[in-house]
Structures are given as C-alpha cells and as structure tokens.
Design a protein around this ligand. Structure first.
Ligand code: NAP
Length: 286
C-alpha cells in the first residue's frame, strides 16, 4: 500500500493522445476518493526518445507519482524499468508505472481489467473456463490471452501473420498453470469462422471497426457465428461496433471494451493511491 500524499501527480505517456478518455476517468477517481491531484497527458513522439526518458526520470525522482503508458510506448519503455510484475513480464508490455525507493516498476492492468469486465458482462458463465477465439495477436491480444490462460481457458489465436500468433501462444502458454496447463493454439486468419470445435467466446483484439472506419468488422460478412458464442470487442469507439451489430442481429450476448478501459484505469489508480474503486457503479458505459 503506497503512503498517502497531499497531491497526486499522475498522467498518461503516449503519442498521439488527443482522443484519450483516461483524463476523465482518473479525474473522476480523484474526486470519488477525495484526493487532490492531476492527471496530465504527456505526449512523447516516438522520434523523440529524450522526452520519454525525461518523463521516466521525473517519475523516478518522485516529481510524477504514477504514469499510464499507451501506444506506441507499452514495450518501448521496458529497457528503462528496474522491475516488472509477473503479468507484465509474461505479457511483455506495461501500461502502469510507478517508482519505489528510486526503482521504476511496471505492471500490466489490461489483463485483469479484461477479465473483470468479462465477468461484469457475462456473470457466472465467465467464472468457469471455456474455449475462446482471440482475433489479433498484438499487445492487447497478449494481455487478453494471458488473462484467459491464467483463468484456465483454452485459447485459439487467429492472426493474419500466423507467426505472430504462434510466438504469442508459445510465450504465454509457458507462463500458465503447470499441472493443468490450458492450451493456446494459433489459427490462420482465413479459418477464423470455421474453428472446430466452435469457440464459446470471440474476442476482437484488432483495431478493425474502430473509428474512423466503423463500417469494418473482423468477422467475415455472411459467415454465421457459433450459435452459443458470446462476443467481446476491445474497441469501444464507436460504442456499437459493426462486430457488435452483427452479434446483436444473431441474438448473441456482446460487449464493447469500455468497461475494460475503465477497469484497467481503476486498477492503476488503486496501485498509485491505495484507493479502491467500485468500478461498475462509478462508470457509465457509452
Ligand atoms: P497492436 O499491438 O497494433 O495489434 C493489433 C493486432 O491486430 C495485430 O495482430 C495486427 O496484425 C492486427 N490487425 C490490425 N489490423 C488488422 C486487419 N485489418 N485485419 C486483421 N488483423 C489486423 O494493437 P493493440 O494495442 O493490440 O490494440 C488492438 C485494439 O485493442 C485497438 O483498437 C486498441 O484501441 C484496443 N484496446 C482496447 C483496450 C481497452 O481497454 N478496451 C486496451 C488495449 C487495446 P498486424 O501486426 O499484422 O498488423
């Protein structure tokens, strides 16, 4: 538990940041917890590593108390960190930074944030392990697959570059339970609608469908979903993506990624301030 402060200097490190929803979330958390502080956007263009370095040094010196990290720096900051949580080390990316005794720490709260929101939407069904198909094999997919494998799920990862799915599965399968290690299998992108046995959950971890291209979907047009499937789209802008529209037409339960964003933010905030947030009551979904 961190020691209390009179003022929390928090912020987000990434580029570009003009559309970030994180300030509204964290300023709401500060108000809810009755804490004085700020949540600033620190834009660090990838071609200016000195900006990134200066911000990390400010964190180390205690001038900044907590940083979230987003695209394109979730992996880029790793060489500057002194320690990682087991989840961050396995996922190979961080979204939450803080300093302890002059040492820079990194965590990844996307993984527990995803699992929290999956359970918030799909209730007791999501408490038991099933078979998930994850679309995409980038940074967010790594967090999702890590969360699912560690919760005992069987996972299939479909990616347009099969080698990306293969290396994701190989890396994360090794970190999951020893005795009852759940399998992670790569799948060619073209076969995503023909997976057998059919998945119980389909997760979109690609940016397909995100504004400004809301007309696109990672699910092929004209292909039926497995009849018992639930869908989770990490994209939350627009609130009802094309994928979610397809799911609703098919009568399937489906959720967007706003709750995951809120939950990962709340977990980071808790790490920095020690204040626990009732995420589900506090945050309205768009
Ligand atoms: P990323 O690291 O760039 O990975 C994206 C993945 O999607 C890669 O495997 C990429 O394949 C694949 N992809 C991209 N365009 C594709 C297409 N047209 N068809 C098939 N595959 C495609 O990005 P990320 O950080 O994982 O983020 C993915 C999405 O999740 C973004 O929309 C992001 O906003 C969202 N996200 C949401 C939350 C949340 O809290 N809700 C958290 C994190 C991320 P290639 O490498 O071959 O391009």
């Amino acid at each position: 538990m961190p020691s209390p402060r009179t003022f929390y200097a928090l912020g987000l490190l990434g580029y570009p940041l003009s559309h970030s929803r994180s300030p509204e979330l964290h300023r709401g958390f500060l108000r809810h917890c009755g804490l004085a502080g700020e949540y600033r956007l620190y834009e660090a263009p990838p071609e200016r590593p000195e900006t990134l370095r200066a911000l990390l040094e400010a964190l180390r010196r205690g001038e900044i108390h907590g940083l979230n990290v987003t695209i394109p720096h979730k992996q880029r900051v790793l060489p500057w960190l002194d320690a990682l949580t087991p989840a961050a080390a396995a996922i190979g990316a961080v979204n939450t930074l803080w300093a302890e005794n002059g040492r820079l720490w990194g965590d990844n709260t996307d993984a527990p944030g995803f699992l929290h929101d999956l359970r918030a939407h799909f209730g007791v069904w999501a408490e038991r392990p099933h078979h998930a198909l994850v679309l995409g094999a980038g940074g967010a997919a790594r967090a999702v697959v890590y969360a699912l494998l560690h919760a005992g799920w069987r996972v299939t990862v479909a990616a347009r570059r099969l080698a990306q799915a293969q290396s994701l599965c190989a890396a994360l399968e090794a970190t999951a339970g020893q005795a009852t290690r759940p399998p992670c299998r790569p799948l060619p992108w073209a076969q995503r609608a023909a997976l057998a046995p059919p998945p119980d959950l389909i997760v979109n971890a690609t940016p397909v469908g995100m504004a400004p291209h809301p007309e696109s979907s990672p699910w092929p047009a004209g292909e039926a979903f497995p009849s018992q499937a639930r869908l989770y789209d990490l994209v939350y802008n627009p609130a009802e993506t094309r994928l979610l529209q397809q799911a609703h037409v098919a009568g399937l339960p489906a959720a967007n990624g706003w709750g995951m964003l809120a939950a990962q933010a709340a977990l980071a905030f808790q790490r920095w301030t020690g204040c626990t947030l009732p995420v589900d009551n506090l945050l309205q979904k768009p």
